[in-house]
Design a protein around this ligand. Structure first.
Ligand code: F6R
Length: 568
C-alpha cells in the first residue's frame, strides 16, 4: 500500500511531484517524502501527510525526481521508516510500493558486507543492493538488485549523478503518463491534470526514463509499450465543491449506475454466464458484499468466497472476481491461484487497465469513474447494478428503471438521525434475505468511517444469541422494505423494541405499521424487491458518512485503512 510518483520533464519538478502525490494520498497518508536528483541527490521525508512534509519544497538541483506517500506495512510510521530509502552514502534513493518477502535474508547478507541499515522497512534493502553493484553501471546495478527481490513491488529509483528514473514492476501497480514529459505513478488519477496518454507498465517490466527518453525491457529484451488514451478527466477526480470525495461519490450514484447499465457488454457476458454450470465469486470487503447479494437473487449455481479465504478446495466452474481497484492483493492472489487450478477468470472491475483486468480472460466494467474516498460507495451500487442486470438478462428480462435521486434528497434528514447514532458505542443492523447483505454493508461502512461497533444480523438469527445484547436505547437499524420478508422483519423489530432498542426503520414510505414502530424513519420509494440492496444501501452510506462527520472523523481517510489494499 503506498503511492509512488515520479517526474522527468521541463516543469518544476518539486511542485509537480507535490501535486501528483497529493492525488495519491488515498493510497496512504502516514508519511511522505521526495528525492530530486542531478549532480547531487537531495531528499526530504518525514511522518505526516503530503502537506505536512512537502509543501513548498525547493531544491537547488531540479532535474528528475521521485516521491512517495506511505501506508505502513513494515515499521511504524515515522521519519526513519518514511520513503525514499537510501544507501548509507546517500547516492541511491528508492520509493517502493509492495512487500519484499525475502528482505530479512537480503538484509542479513548486506549487513555482513558492512551495510548499515537505519529503518525497520523491507524497502531499505533495495538501495543497498543497488549501491553494491554501481561499478557495473546504474541500470545494470538496478537490474541486478531487482533480480534478487521476491514478493511484490513497484519501484522508482534515482541515483546521484544521473538524470534518469529507474523503475520496475511486479504485482504492484505502476503506470506512466506521457505528454513529452513522463509521469510515473501508482495510478492514473495522479497525472490526469497533465495528460490522458497512459502506458501500462506490464508485469516484470524494468526500465528507465529521462527527459524525452523511455527504455523498457522484459525478460532481458527491449519492449515497446504504446500509450492508450484514458477517458477520465481530472475534474471528474476532483471534489467539485463537496466537502469530501465520499459525499461527492454518494451523489454521483445516479450517473455511475446509468453509465454501468449502458454497457452493451453486459448482454454478451450474461449469455456467457448462462452457459456455466457453476460460478465461484471471489472478492474482498464491499466487493464481496456485491457478490453475496447476487447469490441471494440468482438461480445460477454460485459460491461466494472472501478472496483471502479462497483455496484449492474450490474446484470446478469459472471464477468471477469483483473489484473496484483491480489491485486488491487478496483478490489478485485468489485469482492467480484459481488460474493455476485451470479456472477461467472473469472480472467485474472499475479501474481500466488494472492488474485484475490483465489477469482475467473476460472483463466487464463498472463505469463509476474514479473513486477517491476510501470507502466504496458509487462503485458498490454500480457493481450491484451490473450483477443484477446480468441476472435479469439471464432470466430473459431487464432491470426496471433505476432512480435513486429521491434518496439523495434525504441527506439533511439522515444527517439529523446520525446525530443520535454518534452518541452510541454499539449499533445493530438487521435485514432479511438479500437485505442481510445490505445490513452487512451498512455495518461495515459504520465501522470503517465512524469507528463505532456495528453488527449485522439476519433478523431471524437474533433469538439464537444476539438478542441478549439488546438493551435500553441501543440503536437498531432495521432494513424493512415491503417485500416477502417484511412481516417477519416487523416481528424482529417488535422483539428488539420491546427490550428498549431505539429503532431506525428504513422502509416503504407508506408502510404505516413500520412508521409506527420506528423511533426514526427513512421513507423509501417503492422498489422492485430484487433491487432493494441497491436502493437501501445509499441511506446507510449517508448515515455512516454523517455519523463520521458528527464524530469529527475524516470519512475520506479513515484511520488504519487505505483505498487500495495492495498487501495480503
Ligand atoms: C469498504 C471498502 C473495502 C473494499 C475492499 C476491496 O468500504 O471499500 O472493503 O471494498 O478493500 O477493494 P476492491 O473492490 O478495490 O477490490
Amino acid at each position: 500500500m503506498c503511492g509512488i510518483f515520479g517526474y522527468a520533464g521541463n516543469g518544476d519538478v518539486c511542485k509537480i511531484l507535490y501535486q501528483g502525490l497529493k492525488s495519491l494520498e488515498y493510497r496512504g497518508y502516514d508519511s511522505a517524502g521526495m528525492a530530486v536528483v542531478g549532480d547531487k541527490l537531495n531528499f526530504i521525508k518525514d511522518s505526516g501527510t503530503v502537506d505536512d512534509v512537502l509543501t513548498n519544497i525547493t531544491f537547488p538541483v531540479n532535474s528528475v525526481g521521485i516521491a512517495h506517500t506511505r501506508w505502513a506495512t513494515h515499521g511504524k510510521p515515522n521519519k526513519i521508516n518514511a520513503h525514499p530509502h537510501l544507501d548509507e552514502k546517500n547516492k541511491v534513493a528508492v520509493v517502493h510500493n509492495g512487500i519484499i518477502e525475502n528482505y530479512k535474508q537480503l538484509k542479513n547478507q548486506l549487513i555482513k558486507k558492512g551495510h548499515i541499515f537505519k529503518s525497520k522497512t523491507d524497502t531499505e534493502v533495495i538501495p543497498h543492493l543497488i549501491e553494491e553493484n554501481l561499478s557495473l553501471g546504474n541500470f545494470e546495478a538496478f537490474k541486478k538488485a531487482v533480480a534478487q527481490l521476491k514478493g511484490s513491488y513497484a519501484i522508482a529509483c534515482v541515483i546521484e549523478g544521473s538524470n534518469k528514473i529507474y523503475f520496475a514492476k511486479r504485482f504492484s501497480p505502476l503506470v506512466l503518463g506521457v505528454n513529452g514529459d513522463y509521469f510515473l505513478a501508482s495510478d492514473i488519477v495522479s497525472f490526469l491534470r497533465w495528460t490522458k496518454q497512459v502506458i501500462f507498465i506490464e508485469e516484470n517490466d524494468i526500465g528507465y526514463l529521462e527527459k524525452g527518453n523511455l527504455y523498457i525491457e522484459n525478460n532481458g529484451k527491449q519492449v515497446n509499450r504504446r500509450p492508450n488514451e484514458i477517458r477520465w478527466n481530472f475534474e471528474e477526480a476532483a471534489k467539485e465543491g463537496y466537502e469530501h470525495f465520499m459525499l461527492k461519490e454518494i451523489f454521483e450514484q445516479p450517473q455511475a449506475i446509468a453509465q454501468t447499465l449502458a454497457d452493451k457488454r453486459l448482454i454478451s457476458f450474461s449469455k456467457h454466464m448462462s452457459e456455466l454450470d457453476k460460478l465461484v465469486i471471489t472478492s474482498a470487503g464491499t466487493s464481496f458484499h456485491a457478490g453475496l447479494a447476487l447469490k441471494y437473487v440468482s438461480s445460477l449455481p454460485l459460491e461466494v468466497i472472501i478472496a483471502s479465504e479462497f483455496s484449492e478446495l474450490y474446484r470446478g466452474g469459472e471464477v468471477l472476481s469483483i473489484s473496484q481497484s483491480g489491485e486488491t492483493a487478496d483478490t489478485l492472489r485468489a485469482v492467480r491461484l484459481a488460474k493455476s487450478l485451470d479456472h477461467k477468470i472473469n472480472a467485474l472491475v472499475n479501474v481500466v487497465g488494472s492488474t485484475l483486468t490483465r489477469l482475467a480472460d473476460k472483463v466487464i466494467y463498472t463505469h463509476a469513474g474514479p473513486e477517491i474516498g476510501v470507502a466504496s460507495t458509487k462503485t458498490f451500487t454500480s457493481q450491484l447494478a451490473a450483477l443484477f442486470q446480468l441476472n435479469a438478462l439471464m432470466e430473459g428480462k431487464t432491470l426496471p428503471e433505476i432512480n435513486v435521486n429521491p434518496i439523495l434528497k434525504k441527506a439533511d434528514e439522515i444527517h439529523s438521525i446520525s446525530k443520535t447514532l454518534s452518541k452510541s458505542n454499539d449499533i445493530f443492523y438487521l435485514g432479511r434475505g438479500v437485505n442481510t447483505v445490505t445490513a452487512m454493508e451498512g455495518a461495515l461502512k459504520m465501522k470503517e468511517l465512524a469507528y463505532l461497533h456495528a453488527e449485522a444480523y439476519p433478523g431471524g438469527e437474533l433469538k439464537h444469541g444476539p438478542l441478549a445484547l439488546i438493551e435500553e436505547s441501543l440503536p437498531v437499524v432495521a432494513i424493512c422494505p415491503s417485500d416477502q420478508n417484511r412481516d417477519k422483519m416487523l416481528g424482529n423489530i417488535e422483539e428488539v423494541k420491546s427490550r428498549g432498542a431505539f429503532i431506525i426503520g428504513l422502509g416503504y414510505e407508506k408502510d404505516e405499521e413500520l412508521i409506527e414502530l420506528s423511533d426514526k424513519f427513512v421513507a423509501m420509494p417503492a422498489v422492485d424487491s430484487s433491487l432493494t440492496p441497491l436502493y437501501y444501501s445509499i441511506p446507510l452510506q449517508m448515515l455512516s458518512y454523517y455519523t463520521a462527520i458528527e464524530l469529527k472523523r475524516n470519512p475520506d481517510k479513515p484511520r488504519n485503512l487505505a483505498k487500495s489494499v495492495t498487501v495480503e
